[in-house]
Write a protein that binds this ligand. Structure first.
Ligand code: SAH
Ligand code: SF4
Length: 407
């Protein structure tokens, strides 16, 4: 038997990263949903569509898939019957399969998605959460089954990494949300007549470390942002990373989304413990990467996420050090109430302490989400947590995180 993750963690040389235990095995009939334009052209090539026709065919299929929300090839009436039949022999329009759906009273929806495993008997599962708000609707999507990393306060970090998601599975989460919410006919911005789209923002804050699945995340998000398709502006897409420094600049250049950094500590000593990847890429390197993030400006700030852990990182000395640390970076700071999970050694900071902490940040001139109504909601939820810590559902956990992100 192989050593468990917990054993490996206490070994003399603590591991920083896990390796994938399983690979993605494409189904016999692959889905065309969520793959890049190049991959779609290549797929058409395999069924004999001549190269000179491929661009046009890709454009047609793209429109059916991402503007009209086609779920069946028969809907694609701009393609000949013969071509449709040939495509259908080799490919599907399958979305990630919904294993369970939960809808809360406030409209938040959580989908448990079943993805193919290496064998039919062991499918993989990830979560995708939709959080409606008054002026936007945020979809929180996953990049990996489990996570390459092992942050000590994160439940996902305790899981063995199973595998990376494919670009199709990443963009497929947005397609699936549009299906389930009947969101295809709504417009990006609508006047009195029309209805506005329900999924207006995407945060990559579900399971996994996106910058350890770089190419798939890049390709998937580029499908989501494609102006002739799903059309979510890159300013409405936020990628959250625990600090994979070499890929931060690359993300700026090749993805160009908004960036969030899971900071959580202001000294290397503490961050080494909370986010063990810090031992590889310490704070100075991380902050340099932020300072140089392509496209960062006062209008496009980098979000620093800071999980509030009682007695660990929540002193006012920490708050002042946080302000000093982000100096010179166009920054927003999101304080996230810690959401406990069974077996964790951490607790969420007290409400009063979070307020005092946030005051320091606010006084230094940073927008501080706990001062907004949304932030209060989050804090209220965190306060409730203290009396019912283990009862917080995964949906609530994700919703809180995503709301903190977009507030
Ligand atoms: N792996 C990426 C994105 C997914 S995690 C990252 O770490 O940034 C999304 C956010 O939720 C991160 O800021 C993460 O640190 C935070 N998070 C993880 N576990 C949490 C918990 N139990 N309570 C509150 N926030 C948590
Ligand atoms: Fe992975 Fe992010 Fe959790 Fe760290 S916080 S273990 S990087 S999902």
């Amino acid at each position: 038997m192989t050593a468990s993750i917990a054993e490996a963690d206490t070994a003399a040389a603590p591991f920083l990263e896990k390796t994938a235990l399983e690979k993605y095995v494409a189904p016999a009939k692959p889905s065309l949903v969520g793959i890049s334009r190049d991959a779609l052209a290549a797929a058409l090539g395999t069924i004999g569509v001549p190269e000179r026709q491929q661009r046009m065919r890709v454009q047609q299929i793209w429109h059916w898939l991402y503007v009209r929300g086609a779920r069946d090839f028969t809907e694609m009436t701009t393609l000949s019957k013969e071509l449709r039949a040939e495509i259908e022999r080799q490919f599907t329009l399958a979305r990630p399969e919904v294993a369970a759906e939960q809808i809360s009273v406030d409209g938040t929806r959580k989908w448990l998605l079943r993805l193919p495993g290496e064998t039919d008997t062991r499918p993989h599962e990830v979560e995708c959460v939709y959080i409606p708000e008054t002026d936007r609707g945020t979809l929180c999507i996953s990049s990996q089954v489990g996570c390459t990393l092992n942050c000590t306060f994160c439940h996902t970090g305790t899981q063995r990494l199973v595998r990376n998601l494919t670009p199709g599975e990443i963009a497929g989460q947005v397609v699936l949300a549009r299906d389930r919410l009947n969101d295809w006919q709504r417009a990006a911005s609508a006047g009195v007549e029309g209805e506005k789209r329900l999924v207006s923002n995407v945060v990559m804050m579900g399971m996994g470390e996106p910058l350890y699945n770089f190419e798939a995340v890049r390709d998937g998000l580029n499908v989501v942002a494609d102006g002739d398709g799903l059309s979510l502006s890159k300013r409405r897409i936020t990628l959250s990373t625990s600090g994979v420094v070499p890929n931060i600049a690359r993300a700026g250049e090749e993805i160009g989304s908004m960036l969030a950094i899971s900071l959580h500590a202001v000294t290397d000593e503490l961050r080494d413990e909370l986010v063990p990847l810090n031992r590889k890429y310490p704070l100075r390197e991380l902050m340099d990467a932020c300072r140089n993030y392509p496209g960062a400006s006062n209008a496009r700030r980098i979000t620093f996420e800071y999980v509030m852990l009682k007695g660990i990182n929540d002193s006012l000395v920490d708050a002042k050090a946080l302000v000093r640390l982000v100096k010179g970076v166009p920054a927003k700071i999101n304080l996230i109430p810690f959401n406990p999970w069974p077996g964790t050694k951490y607790e969420c900071s007290d409400w009063e302490q979070i307020e005092k902490f946030s005051e320091v940040i606010f006084d230094a001139g940073y927008s501080s989400p706990v001062r907004t109504p949304r932030g209060r909601d989050i804090l209220a939820a965190c306060g409730q947590l203290k009396s019912a810590t283990e009862k917080l559902s995964a949906r609530e956990r994700l919703a809180l995180r995503a709301m903190a992100m977009t507030g």
